[in-house]
Design a protein around this ligand. Structure first.
Ligand SMILES: [Zn+2]
Length: 122
């Protein structure tokens, strides 16, 4: 979900103006500035994913996924999820936190030693 809000402000006094308010009702100025505000939702739909490798070791040492991801579970997460996942072989640590993008409901919040964690898939 993307929300973009546009607003017009007086260049002199920063008052938020309506389209038809010219000159500015507060200071009489004629110069206007146009703002476009993009809500946080857009930022959240970004994600990062990276893996850390060490020379001579074929498997990754660290795999991190953070941010917005599409969900395979379209019924429960039609707009995707906010994911924070970390598979850390260096520190024997596994974390997975899943938050529904629309409702913010946390459907999974797990932290455990990696050797106790057995992924169901892959
Ligand atoms: Zn003004």
């Amino acid at each position: 979900m993307t929300t973009i809000q546009s607003s017009i402000r007086c260049k002199q006094c920063q008052k938020i103006l309506k389209e038809e308010e010219e000159p500015c009702l507060k200071c009489g100025g004629h110069l206007r500035m146009f703002y476009t505000e993009i809500t946080e939702n857009i930022t959240l739909k970004d994600n990062i994913e990276y893996k850390k490798y060490s020379q001579g070791i074929k498997r990754f040492l660290l795999h991190v996924k953070r941010g917005w991801f599409n969900s395979g579970d379209k019924k429960n997460h039609p707009e995707g999820v906010i994911l924070h996942q970390e598979v850390n072989r260096e520190n024997n640590f596994y974390k997975k936190k899943v938050e529904d993008y629309l409702t913010g409901e946390i459907t999974k919040d797990l932290e455990e030693p990696l050797n106790k964690h057995l992924p169901k898939s892959k």
